[in-house]
Design a protein around this ligand. Structure first.
Ligand code: GLU
Length: 308
């Protein structure tokens, strides 16, 4: 991939750097056919390329984390025949592999960004941001563009607390201008984060946010290729800004299209029960399911879901 402007553009020679990718489930629900397909493609890429596979459990989204979901995800993946070389259950050189056990690393990155004047405390609620008249919408799911209300408003987090009576979040100052990268599947991309999303959250009152944690972890774990669903394509420019701000070399990115139902919408509960565990309980063999996922990916002739 070509390095976004300002990022180190000279990675070490490829022969010295083993390729590594990761599976990064969030234990917010059961593994279903949609995310299983993305994990299968990541795994196939890795095993085909001789790349290492790290499993990282992304459990910092605490209100949405479901008890037992992390263990079940590992079980379902293994049942499908998807394995990994390092992970919460196996250990490895970059342990721990569970994000709630890595909080000190995120704090360290936040301290760096704070010292560089690149983040600021923000006490705006989502409602207040939605209500701000001039805020056009950012990428889907990201809500309104943040209009910069708290930029330069508080000298310190303590000031923010005292003046607002709220525990502040931290926002990253998104520089103006395009962030460009070549996605290995989706092709050339260019987004101006300051126009689409605005200054974005890197820590909430309750703790670090996804955008920060994923960058800190992918860099610390030596991930060379991030392969994930294209629902996260719009997050990549934000992550590249964080790589730039933290002086870290970014990985290559490959975003695969999400599985959609017959109605063209992202596979979800409205399409019925597609949990991997419910197929297993109905006696479907893992190889049938892998075959179905492979056929959806154009790797086998197409089959109907009902024939699985
Ligand atoms: N944990 C995220 C998810 O399950 C994936 C994050 C990523 O691949 O960057 O949606």
């Amino acid at each position: 991939m070509s390095a976004p402007s300002g990022l180190p553009s000279q990675p070490p020679p490829a022969s010295q750097v083993p390729s590594r990718t990761r599976l990064a489930p969030s234990p917010t629900g059961a593994l279903h056919l949609g995310n299983a397909r993305t994990f299968l493609l990541t795994w196939l890429w890795a095993r085909n390329a001789g790349a290492g596979v790290t499993l990282r459990m992304e459990d910092i989204d605490s209100p949405r984390v479901k008890p037992g979901a992390a263990r079940e995800a590992l079980f379902d993946l293994r049942w499908l025949g998807i394995d990994w070389d390092e992970g919460p259950d196996l250990g490895g050189a970059f342990a721990p592999y569970t994000q709630t056990e890595r909080l000190a690393r995120y704090e360290e990155a936040l301290a760096k960004l704070r010292a560089r004047g690149l983040i600021y405390p923000c006490v705006c609620t989502r409602k207040e941001i939605e209500a701000s008249a001039s805020a056009p919408h950012g990428p889907e799911d990201d809500g309104a563009r943040y209009p910069g209300t708290c930029r330069g408003r508080f000298a310190t987090a303590d000031d923010a607390r005292k003046l607002s009576g709220r525990e502040p979040a931290w926002r990253f100052l998104a520089r103006e201008g395009p962030v460009s990268f070549d996605d290995l599947f989706a092709g050339a991309q260019s987004h101006d984060v300051s126009r689409s999303v605005g200054d974005f959250v890197v820590a909430r009152a309750q703790g670090p946010a996804y955008q920060l944690a994923v960058v800190v972890d992918d860099a610390a774990m030596g991930i060379s290729h991030v392969i994930r669903g294209d629902d996260l394509l719009s997050s990549t420019p934000r992550q590249l800004l964080l790589y730039e701000a933290l002086g870290l070399a970014p990985p290559a990115f490959l975003h695969v299209p999400l599985v959609v139902g017959k109605d063209g919408l992202r596979l979800a509960k409205r399409h019925g029960d597609t949990r991997v565990s419910s197929y297993r309980e109905r006696g479907v063999k893992p190889e049938r399911l892998v075959g179905l996922l492979a056929s959806w990916s154009g790797l086998l002739p197409r089959v109907q879901e009902t024939s699985a």
